[in-house]
Design a protein around this ligand. Structure first.
Ligand code: NIG
Ligand code: FE
Length: 415
């Protein structure tokens, strides 16, 4: 693949001489940058960067950044971007006063998406998901995690995971697949919880492992969904097949899900709208990445994640979109950063660290993604003109990504 040189970068953001696995606590405020810089890529990898004074003379392809900023691609470690249909009727229901949980109890919510997904052919799901994937690439995402969890039968969960497997072959960015059979109890098992858990453990997991369809296992640990004990069993069952856990927990209630995930060696605990002191302490002694999804409470109402408490206690946090039809019909990381700053009181530098390096860590991609470092993937974006780094979360709703690159190749332009 030809070499690519980006010249005259005004600010090259998140540069690392010695790559770090993640950043935590006070260090999250530090965002290393290089002013007036170049970036050189070859074969899809970064091979050099530095001050313009040391810029190489030539490359196969040369792009002028004209003083614009360059950021490493966003690492969106939590999405459900394979789904059959949007759910704006529930959106209107909430405007009229129904809560997310009430809608779920009435058979809407996740079960609504599951009904639609079961009827939708694999090819149609793939086409729609591929468009969403291309859309997020244009918005600067360069690594992603995608969950199943709208199938809730053996065949439909496998169908979703096969769609994700195909998506992996259609994109140059790393895409991680997470098996979320325990997203909601399907109606056929309403009076037989244990039967559904056994279906996941005895039938779904072995098939998924045999076909190599998942990288991680997830569960929705919440009142009305799956208990802490059930979540712990699922984490353990996943581990028997080499699947580490990334778990939805603490969205509405503190039930002990975080403790179960830490005990099970989970890669991440995601949502965390509510977190108590004991849980903060538990996370402090762990390798589990707290992953905040502020567009969920933005969209369905509720508490924003207590990012300050987590970071001030010394923890790392990651930010992700949660792109899904129920709680976040949007895959725009830049808007998530705005919410993190405006509603969770994260500083712009903290939000950028959370959406790059720590997001990469939350899906084990930190060795190749999340920063501008020699040897890492040449996945980055050039911004529109911006007066400062803080302008990026400040200008909420704006699209400040001018040109995105994945592995040194430009992402197709916006339509
Ligand atoms: O992360 N809370 C659980 N799962 C998704 C929403 C699923 C849905 O409503 O379709 C989430 O918010
Ligand atoms: Fe989610």
């Amino acid at each position: 693949m030809p070499s690519l040189l980006i010249r005259n970068i005004g600010t090259l953001v998140q540069v690392e001489q010695t790559p770090r696995p993640y950043v935590a606590g006070a260090a999250m405020q530090e965002l290393p940058v290089l002013e007036n810089a170049y970036l050189l890529a070859e074969n899809g990898r970064i091979i050099a960067f530095g001050p313009m004074a040391e810029c190489p003379e030539r490359a196969d392809e040369v792009t002028q950044a004209n003083g614009r900023m360059v950021f490493p691609s966003w690492c969106d470690s939590h999405t459900h971007l394979v789904f059959a249909a949007s759910r704006e009727a529930e959106f209107v229901g909430r405007i009229k006063g129904l809560s997310y949980e009430e809608i779920a109890r009435q058979g809407g919510g996740i079960l609504n998406s599951a009904r639609r997904l079961r009827e939708t052919p694999e090819e149609e799901l793939l086409q729609a998901a591929y468009e969403r994937l291309q859309e997020i690439q244009r918005y600067g995402t360069g690594a992603v995690e995608i969950k199943s969890g709208y199938g809730l039968t053996v065949d439909s969960e496998l169908k979703m995971l096969r769609v994700i497997q195909k998506l992996k072959t259609l994109t140059d960015m790393p895409a991680k697949a997470t098996f979320l059979g325990a997203h909601a109890l399907p109606p056929e098992y309403r009076d037989n919880r244990e039967g559904y858990i056994r279906l996941i453990i005895d039938e779904m997991l072995p098939r998924i492992a045999e076909e190599g369809l998942a990288d991680y296992i997830d569960a929705f640990c919440e009142k009305g969904f799956f208990s802490v004990d059930e979540t712990a069993r699922l984490i353990e069952a996943g581990a028997r097949y080499g699947l580490k856990a990334k778990v939805h927990t603490n969205q509405f209630n503190c039930l002990g899900g975080i403790q179960a995930c830490v005990a099970g060696g989970a890669i991440s605990v995601d949502h965390l709208e509510v977190v108590n002191d004991e849980e903060v302490q538990c996370l402090l002694g762990s390798n589990t990445m707290p992953t905040l999804l502020p567009s969920a409470p933005f969209f369905i109402g509720g508490h924003y994640q207590p990012a300050r408490r987590l970071i001030d206690a010394g923890l790392p946090v990651a930010l992700a979109t949660d792109y899904n039809p129920g709680t976040t019909p949007s895959g725009r990381m830049q808007f998530v950063l705005s919410l993190a700053c405006i509603k969770c009181r994260m500083l712009p530098e903290e939000a950028i660290n959370a959406a790059t390096l720590n997001g990469a860590r939350a899906m084990e991609q930190e060795a190749t993604h999340g920063s501008i470092a020699v040897g890492k993937a040449a996945s980055f974006f050039i911004t529109r003109p911006m007066p400062s780094i803080a302008y990026l979360p400040y200008a909420f709703g704006a699209d400040l990504v001018e040109r995105a690159y994945i592995n040194g190749k430009p992402v197709a332009a916006k339509r």
